[in-house]
Ligand binder design. Structure first.
Ligand code: SAM
Length: 246
C-alpha cells in the first residue's frame, strides 16, 4: 500500500531509524558474498535513505517504489545531493520489471508487511527470484507476529514534534493477520490536517520460509532486525538474507 500525504512527513517522524547501521549491515553481508560495488535494487525505497547510503558505498543503485509522493521526496533529495546515478523507478514491486539481473536486492523497514497479503508477498519473492543474479542475495526485513500482537496491538502513539503532530492508531485484525494503521497528521505551521490508513500484514516464520521456498529461495542468515543478535520469541523484526536454491 503506497503512502500519500504522509510521504512528506515520513523522514520528519522517522528520525529514530538508523539507516547508517542498516546500510552498513547490508553492505557487510553482501561484501562477504563478494558482491560489493555491483548492482543493487532497493524495493519499496520510500524517500531513498537506504538507496542513497548504498550508492555512497559504491553500489550502482536502482530504487523502486509505487508511491509518487515518496519518490517525489526522494527525487528532491537526489537533486540536492547530486546522486544522479541512482535510477528511480515508479513500479509496484509485486509486478517488478527489470532490464537485467540484480546482484543485491534489498527491502527494508516493513515494506514486505505493507503488501496486501500472502499472494502479494509470493509475487514479490517470485519477481526477486526471477531478476536476481544466480550468485546474488536478497536482504529484507519484516515486522514479526510478536510485534503486531504485543507492541503495535490496538495501541495509539502520539508523536508531538515542533512542526507537526502525528497520531498513529493501530487496530489489530487477528482474523486476517493484519494491523490497520490510521495516521492523522496536523501541520502546526500551515494548520492543515491529513489522514490516511493502510494495513500491515504479519506472517509466521514458517509461512515466510514456505513462500521463499516456493520462489526457489532459501534463508542463509536471519537475525533480530533491531539489535542484530539471535532471533528470539520477542524479536520485533527479523532481518533475512536469502539466496537462490542451487
Ligand atoms: C515503511 S515504508 C519503507 C520505505 C523505505 N524502505 C525505508 O526503509 O524507509 C514502505 C514503502 O513501501 C512502499 N510500497 C508499499 N507497497 C508497495 C508496492 N506494492 N510496490 C512498491 N512500493 C510499495 C510504500 O510506498 C513505502 O514507500
Amino acid at each position: 500500500m503506497s503512502y500519500k500525504e504522509f510521504s512528506y512527513y515520513y523522514d520528519y517522524f522517522n528520525y529514530t531509524a538508523d539507516y547508517d547501521l542498516v546500510a552498513e549491515k547490508i553492505h557487510s553481508w553482501a561484501s562477504a558474498e563478494k558482491l560489493d560495488g555491483k548492482i543493487a535494487c532497493d524495493l519499496g525505497c520510500g524517500t531513498g535513505e537506504l538507496a542513497i547510503r548504498l550508492s555512497e558505498k559504491g553500489w550502482d543503485v536502482i530504487a523502486v517504489d509505487c508511491s509518487e509522493e515518496m519518490l517525489d521526496v526522494f527525487m528532491d533529495k537526489r537533486e540536492e545531493l547530486g546522486y544522479y546515478n541512482i535510477l528511480i523507478l515508479n513500479q509496484d514491486i509485486t509486478k517488478l520489471d527489470m532490464y537485467g539481473t540484480v546482484d543485491l536486492f534489498t527491502c527494508t523497514f516493513d515494506t514486505v508487511n505493507h503488501l496486501d497479503g500472502a499472494d502479494s508477498v509470493q509475487k514479490l519473492f517470485d519477481k526477486v527470484s526471477l531478476f536476481m543474479h544466480p550468485d546474488g542475495v536478497f536482504i529484507f526485513d519484516m515486522n514479526t507476529e510478536y510485534k503486531h500482537r504485543n507492541i503495535l496491538g490496538n495501541n495509539t502513539f502520539n508523536f508531538d514534534e515542533e512542526e507537526a503532530d502525528c497520531i498513529w492508531q493501530n487496530t489489530l485484525d487477528e482474523a486476517n493477520k493484519r494491523t490497520k494503521v490510521s495516521i492523522n497528521i496536523k501541520d502546526k505551521q500551515s494548520g492543515e490536517e491529513y489522514s490516511e490508513a493502510f494495513y500491515e500484514c504479519f506472517y509466521s516464520l514458517e509461512a515466510i520460509e514456505g513462500m521463499l521456498k516456493k520462489a526457489g529461495l532459501k534463508i542463509c542468515r536471519i537475525v533480530d532486525g533491531e539489535n542484530y543478535s539471535e532471533i528470539n520469541e520477542e524479536s520485533q523484526r527479523y532481518l533475512f538474507m536469502v539466496k537462490k536454491e542451487q
